[in-house]
Design a protein around this ligand. Structure first.
Ligand SMILES: Cc1cc2nc3c(=O)[nH]c(=O)nc-3n(C[C@H](O)[C@H](O)[C@H](O)COP(=O)(O)O)c2cc1C
Length: 188
């Protein structure tokens, strides 16, 4: 083993997700999408999820203001659109127009979700933990949608079909193949 001169964070893989927001003033809706990889699961009763956004980012400001956001899990088919959402800023461009993603209305929050994403979740902001460069925004998942074309016979998302992306050390990767079920060592 070689000890690196500087500490590095090589935690991998991380998900690649799209987080949607809406700022509504009078009847004018300003919708936005940010690409996020620093994200994880905090709890399951209720389902809590964390997304970490650099301080000062437009999306973080809107989520703290409106206290709601969408989590949309894209497939690798939309790599260019995903990257665009992570390189442009919602205060300057309309990323729905830029990517041509199709918005659809969430049911319990005033935020658009993305039709092209096989999984969409509605979240309400539960908590914010402020770190030096990033804010950890903790959201409660209040609704989950899966595209009917990506559901397996047990009613779960068919991840073999979804072609989700992973983020590894500033690179996009696709997943390999399934090798086992969780807790397979406990099975007889
Ligand atoms: C794949 C990918 C993952 C990213 N992950 C994060 C992240 O976890 N946190 C973050 O603050 N920015 C992340 N970014 C950068 C933001 O998406 C980028 O700064 C974006 O332009 C901010 O959008 P906004 O200005 O509309 O809020 C990521 C970008 C890409 C392409």
């Amino acid at each position: 083993m070689i000890e690196l001169k500087n500490v590095k964070n090589y935690l991998a893989p991380l998900p690649v997700i799209l987080v949607t927001t809406r700022l509504q003033e009078n009847n004018i809706k300003k919708d936005n999408i940010i690409a996020i990889s620093w994200a994880g699961i905090c709890d399951h009763a209720p389902h809590l999820i964390n997304i970490n956004i650099a301080k000062g980012r437009y999306s973080g400001k809107i989520i703290k203001l409106t206290r709601e956001f969408g989590i949309c899990i894209p497939s690798s088919k939309y790599l260019k659109e995903i990257d665009l959402c992570g390189t442009t800023h919602g205060n300057k461009v309309n990323k729905f127009e830029l990517t041509k993603f199709t918005p659809f209305e969430a049911k319990s929050i005033n935020v658009p979700l993305i039709k092209e994403c096989p999984i969409n979740m509605e979240c309400t902001l539960e908590d914010v933990i402020s770190f030096e460069s990033h804010d950890m925004l903790i959201g409660k998942i209040v609704k989950t949608y899966v595209d009917e074309n990506y559901i397996d016979e047990k009613g779960n998302p068919d991840f073999a079909k979804l072609e989700i992306l992973a983020y590894l050390n500033d690179e996009y990767w696709t997943l390999g193949k399934k090798i086992e079920d969780l807790f397979f060592t406990k099975k007889k």
